[in-house]
Design a protein around this ligand. Structure first.
Ligand SMILES: *[C@@H]1O[C@H](CO)[C@@H](O)[C@H](O)[C@H]1NC(C)=O
Ligand SMILES: *[C@@H]1O[C@H](CO)[C@@H](O)[C@H](O)[C@H]1NC(C)=O
Ligand SMILES: *[C@@H]1O[C@H](CO)[C@@H](O)[C@H](O)[C@H]1NC(C)=O
Length: 320
């Protein structure tokens, strides 16, 4: 009798738990914030990386209502672009510009807006760009992809920097307000590790992947003679390519990290924060849809160039 009751009780618990599980995953939404902080034709690659990320999320079925794009949008129709309206991210690659939403462009690409959008401050964004912000709740996953120049403890943006302490404070207060169940940040910038190293606690359900460790440049690649610019950055090209060719419901973030780290030989790809989150499957972060064979693999990277001594020009910092 006692055993039966225990069994019954166990079943009941199992039922409740499994029910809760399915309820919470049904209610879970993915929110994505895609940001290229730089402007200018010579920074072509940053917006190319970012537009490519949008295409992957879009093809994976994440609705535009859940994606916010912030980029200067001065590349596709730049007078230096020999193929107006077209941005590519690899030699011979497809146009990644088509259909990319334009929530925030031009001068709206700045650190203050970045923070207000990420933290869901709708009031602050009223009458700016699309006014949309990340409206995630406690069940949701938030994916942030940021591409820009960076320096020690800063992301450059165009005229103003975002400092590590402002970013970390924002992440902490979002965690304390239960604005996500998991947040994943993929960051392409020189010195990007310095935004998180010894700063991001491991109990916030936040995981960050960076193109470079705290002390080094990240690298551009795919110089295009016709366009006279680099088409991509090594870390970005590698994670985007991996996301296009692996089975996302099976591959974990950590597994992708290991592969991207191996393929990004010029800088050290690093992970920070709650490393247990690395077990999360990529489909729970960037979506998933069965693909045909129509994504051509990114061609081999034969060049990689760092941009030491180039920019944030206004601070004379070492940045990519
Ligand atoms: C949102 O932005 C407004 C206006 O900038 C500011 O006064 C307010 O404190 C912000 N709210 C939060 C929760 O940070
Ligand atoms: C990285 O690998 C590429 C291609 O194999 C090579 O051309 C480049 O020199 C390597 N870079 C470094 C810093 O080892
Ligand atoms: C892109 O992924 C494909 C398939 O895994 C692989 O063959 C190719 O080498 C990758 N390209 C780069 C640049 O890593």
């Amino acid at each position: 009798m006692k055993n039966k009751i225990t069994l019954l009780f166990g079943l009941l618990i199992a039922l409740v738990v499994s029910n809760q599980k399915s309820v919470s995953s049904e209610n879970r939404q993915i929110w994505a914030f895609l940001v290229a902080g730089s402007s200018g034709y010579y920074n072509y690659r940053h917006q190319a990386d970012l537009c490519h990320a949008y295409q992957i999320l879009h093809e994976n079925g994440i609705p535009d209502e859940n994606i916010i794009v912030m980029m200067a949008d001065d590349i596709a129709f730049n007078q230096e672009n020999p193929t107006p309206g077209v941005i590519i991210n690899s030699p011979g690659g497809p146009n990644v510009y088509e259909g990319v939403p334009k929530d925030y462009t031009g001068k709206d690409v700045n650190p203050l807006n970045f923070i207000n959008i990420l933290s869901g401050n709708k009031t602050a964004m009223k009458n700016i760009g699309s006014g949309r912000v990340i409206e995630s709740g406690p069940n949701d996953h938030v994916f942030v992809n940021f591409v820009d120049h960076g320096g020690a403890g800063v992301f450059c943006f165009d005229e103003e920097v975002l400092t590590a302490d402002v970013l970390i404070d924002t992440l902490k207060s979002m965690a304390s307000r239960s604005q996500f169940s998991k947040m994943i940040l993929y960051i392409e910038a020189c010195f990007s590790g310095s935004m998180f190293d010894d700063l991001l606690d491991d109990d916030l359900n936040i995981f960050a992947l960076t193109a470079a460790d705290p002390h080094e440049s990240s690298y551009a690649c795919y110089y295009d003679a016709k366009r006279q610019t680099y088409l991509g950055d090594v870390f970005s090209v590698n994670w985007l390519n991996d996301s296009e060719h692996e089975s996302l419901p099976q591959e974990s973030i950590h597994h992708q990290f290991e592969k991207v780290r191996t393929r990004t030989n010029a800088s050290h790809v690093e992970e920070y924060g709650d490393l247990d989150i690395g077990e999360t499957k990529l489909s729970e972060i960037i979506g998933f849809r069965m693909r045909g064979q129509n994504s051509p693999p990114a061609p081999p990277i034969n060049d990689d160039v760092h941009f030491r001594f180039v920019f944030c020009f206004f601070l004379l910092m070492n940045c990519d």
